[in-house]
Design a protein around this ligand. Structure first.
Ligand code: ADP
Length: 758
């Protein structure tokens, strides 16, 4: 007896099938010969040979016999079903009692044949388009009954193995073939659906691959063509490429692609074409890549700062601190620096040095006179002539995403109907918001968080509070004459010569000449006019040399006037004669410090007060306070104010001077006027006064003292509360100027000789 076990297949009667002889031998206890009995036993679950137990075997099986034997095969034909009793298994050998289990023949042969033919053609039809078939077409055509068909396709039947056994167990031929038919058609349908889905998937994959291949090929060919005819590269193609290479984030890319599509539709003659072109040109010109912050070497940074700028010790210290903080945090941090000082004091150029020290690109954005918010945040693209704002324009000019951006003249923003530019600027500078700064023109966010912002201003007075709060003020008080001299020798002159293309062989400028330029031809806190003067000397020399007039131009103190063709500036210098009623004051202006003379005069009249000069209302109040104080201090002279008209004049230039800090000067001038005692112009003073006669603190002390020294003043009275500010005053000024702190008006009057010293 040959026992064959199987799982999840069906073996039905009346089927012939070839088996390997080897295999059959392993399932039998003796050699195989024709006529041997064979039992096909169906298993309940998948088991390896040798592991099968009696419980694993279903009770109905199929029997057959060996029909013929070849070299290495045997043909077995199944003959009917059997019911198994008392099965015993021992390793690979089985034993079982069995009884025949006859079919109930309840179906007519032709009907059965019809069923078989239908199923066979369905099978062939389903698989006709595939290369795979369960058996070759010829084999299928050789099948003669439904059992054969089911036996050979039973692994295809998509039903659980219990259901397959249920088919085997069924005695009624009609019911059995019905079950078979149902399972068979369902399985075919399932197969069809699966293979359709699979092929749909394959198709779409195939299409995708195809598309990619074509595209790659097209790009390659296009590039080859472009190389041959660079002049023919179309805008659309240019931008397609630029967008692909730009590294834009997804939002920006989809916006750019939208614009590109419109550009394609519009065509070159469309009236929006130019606008679309400009947009794409702009956004693809921006750097979208996150720049890595280079390694920061503080020593190198310090060296760069020292090389570019003379002096400014404190400022440089603060900048180095900022750089150190950035190195530690590996990102932009710390407060935003605001450099405040007169023009030409080096604010912008030190910004440039910071960039150099950090090895980053530098860009300057001028904000002076901006009155429209859109200048900062950009115009919406719906406007004709819309443009990006200055911030994004600066980013674009810098070519990187992390430049050092100097925002120049933040004090000159104007607020009017165009919105508030300072609030837009606030957003730019706010680290919480600026990583998604959205310029209206671009309409997509751009990350500004890596930009190092540095602001400059001449004064903090006009900067709105919220903006000022974001920044740390570093003041640039201006340079003393000797500092200017050093700056001229070390920096300005070499640069000027280089610019004019001349060398020391062509020009020599004596130290006295430089000093004279500083004191007689310029009047400033910074070095801008000094630089212009030196530039102009080098240009003059260049002309003389090129024209052959001279080989080498010697500039001395004496020929300056001739070379410049200009007389020295007449400084508000020591007055020729002292007169009662005139006193030297000090003022702070946006251009640095300056001295001023307050002139007072009584004329015949009836107590009117006339004020002239460009001083405004604040000054008017200061005059009133001074008059009251003087009347109180000199009660015997009070009538003078009733019997005369008082004229107060401040021969101001075009710069508005700061009013209140002239209080002490006014009071002294009036005291001098009423007492008839003149005050030496070598004394200068600054300070507000109160009605109690207290001299109160003022701002801009370093600039004012510098101006006093420049003008030749010998002694300055300052409010004693300002003494702390002296640490910001240049050493040179402190040693060359007598600085006397005062608390009461009387301290000044005593010192200048109007009243007896207390
Ligand atoms: P600001 O921005 O304060 O108006 P700038 O930075 O434009 O001034 O400076 C004007 C010129 O003076 C520049 O050429 C600058 O290099 C030069 N300069 C200013 N300060 C110094 C300094 N301390 N050392 C060398 N050059 C200086």
């Amino acid at each position: 007896m040959i026992y064959i076990t199987y799982y999840n297949m069906l073996s039905l009667p009346d089927v012939s099938c070839y088996f390997q002889l080897e295999y059959l031998k392993s399932r039998s206890d003796k050699a195989i010969s024709v006529g041997d009995k064979v039992i096909f036993m169906m298993l309940k679950s998948q088991k390896k040979a040798g592991e099968v137990t009696a419980e694993d075997i279903y009770p109905v099986a199929t029997r057959g016999s060996v029909e013929s034997i070849g070299d290495d095969w045997a043909l077995i034909r199944t003959t009917g079903r059997v019911a198994l009793d008392s099965v015993s298994v021992n390793g690979n050998s089985f034993n079982a009692e069995m009884r025949a289990r006859p079919d109930i023949e309840d179906m007519d042969a032709s009907e059965l044949n019809d069923r078989f033919q239908r199923m066979r053609s369905a099978l062939l039809k389903t698989f006709q388009d595939t290369e795979w078939l369960p058996g070759s077409r010829n084999t299928i055509m050789r099948w003669t009954n439904i059992n054969e068909l089911v036996t050979f396709t039973s692994t295809l039947l998509q039903i659980p193995s219990e259901d397959k056994y249920a088919i085997l167990e069924e005695d009624s031929v009609s019911r059995r073939t019905e079950m078979i038919e149902k399972a068979f058609y369902e399985s075919l349908e399932l197969y069809k659906v699966n293979s359709e889905a699979k092929s749909a998937q394959e198709k779409s994959n195939e299409q995708l691959y195809r598309e990619q291949a074509i595209r790659r090929q097209m790009n390659f060919l296009q590039e080859e063509l472009d190389k041959l005819h660079p002049e023919n590269i179309t805008d659309v193609r240019k931008f397609e490429k630029k967008i692909a290479e730009s590294g834009m984030n997804d939002t920006a890319r989809s916006e750019a692609e939208k614009v590109l599509n419109r550009m394609k539709q519009e065509g070159q003659d469309g009236h929006e074409y130019g606008m679309l072109y400009d947009y794409l040109d702009f956004v693809t010109g921006l750097s979208w890549k996150k720049e890595r912050m280079g390694k920061i070497d503080l020593k190198v940074a310090q060296k760069v700062l020292d090389e570019d700028h003379f002096g400014l010790k404190k400022t440089k210290e603060r900048i180095i601190q900022q750089i150190a903080v950035m190195a530690l945090n590996k990102k932009q941090s710390g407060s935003i620096l605001l450099f405040v000082g007169a023009p030409g004091t080096g604010k912008t150029s030190i910004g440039q040095s910071i960039a150099k020290a950090l090895k980053r690109s530098y860009v300057r954005v001028s904000l002076g006179g901006i009155r429209d918010e859109a200048e900062i945040r950009g115009h919406r693209r719906t406007y004709i002539g819309a443009m990006p704002g200055r911030i994004m324009d600066g980013i674009r000019r810098s070519g990187t995403s992390n430049p050092v951006m100097v925002l120049d003249e933040v004090d000159k923003l104007v607020r009017d109907y165009g919105g508030d530019p300072s609030s837009a600027l606030l957003e730019v500078l706010d680290p919480e918001q600026n990583s998604t700064f959205t310029d209206h023109y671009m309409n997509v966010p751009y990350d500004l968080s890596d930009v190092l912002f540095v602001c400059t201003a001449n004064t903090t007075d006009t900067i709105p509070e919220p903006l000022l709060n974001r920044m740390e003020v570093i003041s640039f008080p201006g340079y003393s004459a000797s500092e200017k001299f050093e700056i001229a020798k070390r920096h300005l002159l070499p640069k000027a010569m280089k610019k004019a293309g001349i060398s020391e062989k062509n020009i020599s400028i004596s130290d006295d000449a430089i000093k004279s330029i500083i004191s007689d031809y310029t009047m400033e806190a910074g070095v801008r006019s000094l630089k212009n003067r030196l530039d102009s000397l080098c240009r003059i020399a260049a002309v003389k040399i090129v024209s052959g007039e001279e080989k080498k131009v010697e500039v001395t103190k004496d020929n300056l006037r001739e070379l410049f063709d200009a007389s020295p500036i007449r400084h508000d210098h020591v007055l020729e004669a002292k007169r009662p009623g005139i006193v030297t004051g000090l003022a702070w202006t946006q251009a640095g410090g300056d001295i001023l003379f307050i002139e007072t005069l009584f004329t015949k009249g009836d107590g009117k007060v006339i004020i002239t000069g460009q001083l405004g209302d604040v000054m008017r109040e200061s005059v009133q306070i001074a008059i009251s104080l003087v009347k109180a201090m000199f009660p015997e002279k009070a009538d003078l104010f009733k019997e005369n008209d008082l004229h107060v004049h401040v021969p101001a230039g075009s710069v508005p001077k700061d009013g209140p800090s002239a209080g002490i000067t006014l009071t002294t001038a009036l005291s001098s006027l009423v007492t008839g005692k003149a005050v030496s112009p070598e004394y200068a003073m600054t300070g507000e006064v109160s009605l109690r006669g207290v001299v109160m603190p003022i701002g801009g002390l370093p600039e004012k003292l510098m101006a006093a020294l420049r003008a030749g003043v010998k002694e300055v009275f300052i409010p004693d509360e300002n003494v702390d500010d002296l640490k910001d005053v240049a050493e040179e000024v402190r040693t060359n100027l007598k600085i006397t702190p005062v608390h009461y008006v009387e301290d000044v009057l005593g010192r200048v000789g109007i009243i007896e010293k207390k």
